[in-house]
Design a protein around this ligand. Structure first.
Ligand code: GLU
Length: 376
């Protein structure tokens, strides 16, 4: 925490919104604002990822309790977001801090041009000393194109703006070996250097209530953030001075960043959700990829999907396991024609001389280098 220059604080709905009245907890917000003002005075750039739009809006619209239909959620978010943003603005204004609202959909973080644009906006705001308050653009996002939880949204933002620390203020104080609600003697893990299957097995299912993210989405967020060189910490957000307590050594779980973060280009490849195709490769090519080499057409055994040159595709082993993700140097049509063939034959087959590689190593991220962050 003390070395952090760029900090993202993600706040869950359960902390911000009183679940019986639907009112925003302004006292709690005031405490957090004081902590943020202290950090800013030390020169730390702070970004807030705030949930709560749906929780605030549903009460205001007197919607029923329990799960809401998508259109009700979207209406609730539209009503709640304006109140949420207003509350942040008022609270931080007391410390002469300017707030800027940014609402994102997955395509804003995944599509390269929009990603670069969103990053530039956030960078500019930070340079100007403002605190961006980010949420998902819930009222226009549809189920298929939603993050649905702000844990992963916050991790994508961390990756996008090269933050060095992501704090998840939560209603739990960290990752436990067992679910602490079921087993009060469960042991808290202080530090996770690598998200192994053992660690993943410790995350239960999402609890019922306001928040969409349980421990599973928090681990997903940890994978994304740590692969981008950003440390992530889960701590109890209930005390209003949670950030000060964290610096003073409060109970928490730290997820350590990988030693060699991927380049910005590779981070973007890891983050692109829209893989348009899948390429299956043979064992020799799997070994070459894991040794850091490019993927040649000779090692490709199957091409699925429809994609163009430059599109993101997934690379799978003969057993169907994801081994990498990269930008294809060929369209799916051409890839099918040259798969299994030597690079020197490409010109004869296609009638033009393209690249020797199906995916060049600079455009390729392997599962091992991404610390398990690749998804379909
Ligand atoms: N974006 C949602 C909201 O503001 C919250 C998502 C979440 O719970 O993580 O209401």
């Amino acid at each position: 925490m003390t070395a952090t220059r760029r900090l993202i604080v993600k706040i869950g709905s359960a902390l911000l919104v009183d679940d019986t009245t639907g009112a925003i907890r302004t006292d709690w917000m005031n405490g957090l604002a004081a902590d943020i003002a202290k950090l800013k005075a030390r020169g730390v750039n702070v970004v807030i990822v705030s949930s709560g739009a749906i929780a605030v809006g549903r009460r205001h619209l007197s919607l029923k309790t329990g799960a809401l239909a998508l259109e009700s959620k979207q209406a609730a978010a539209a009503t709640g977001q304006i109140r949420l943003a207003h509350a942040w603005q008022e609270t931080l204004a007391a410390h002469s801090i300017t707030v800027a609202q940014i609402l994102l959909t997955p395509s804003d973080t995944e599509e390269r041009r929009r990603h670069i644009n969103a990053r530039a906006t956030i960078d500019t705001l930070l340079e100007m000393g403002a605190v961006p308050v980010i949420n998902e653009n819930d009222s226009v996002a549809t189920d298929e194109i939603r993050y649905g939880d702000n844990d992963r949204l916050a991790a994508r933002v961390a990756q996008m703006i090269s933050a060095d620390t992501l704090v998840l203020l939560s209603d739990v104080d960290g990752l436990y070996r067992m679910d602490p609600r079921q087993d009060p003697s469960a042991e808290l893990i202080d530090e996770v250097a690598e998200i192994t299957p053992d660690i993943e097995a410790m995350a239960g299912d999402a609890p019922a209530g306001y928040s969409s993210g349980g421990m599973v989405t928090k681990l997903d967020a940890a994978k994304i953030a740590t692969a981008a060189g950003c440390a992530m910490v889960i701590t109890d957000g209930k005390p209003a001075d949670a950030l000060t307590r964290l610096e003073a050594g409060a109970r928490c779980t730290w997820f350590l960043p990988v030693a060699e973060p991927l380049t910005a280009r590779k981070r973007w490849i890891v983050g692109s959700v829209d893989a348009l195709g899948v390429i299956t490769i043979d064992k020799g090519a799997v070994a070459a990829l894991n040794a850091g080499k490019s993927l040649l057409p000779a090692g490709v055994t199957r091409v699925d999907g429809t994609f163009d040159r430059g599109d993101a595709i997934i690379v799978k082993t003969p057993e169907g396991r994801i081994v990498g993700r990269g930008l294809s140097a060929y369209s799916s049509t051409d890839a099918r024609l040259i798969m299994g063939r030597k690079s020197r034959d490409i010109e004869n087959i296609l009638g033009y001389r393209g690249r020797d590689e199906m995916i060049h190593r600079n455009d390729l991220v392997t599962e091992s280098s991404a610390s398990g962050a690749l998804e379909e």
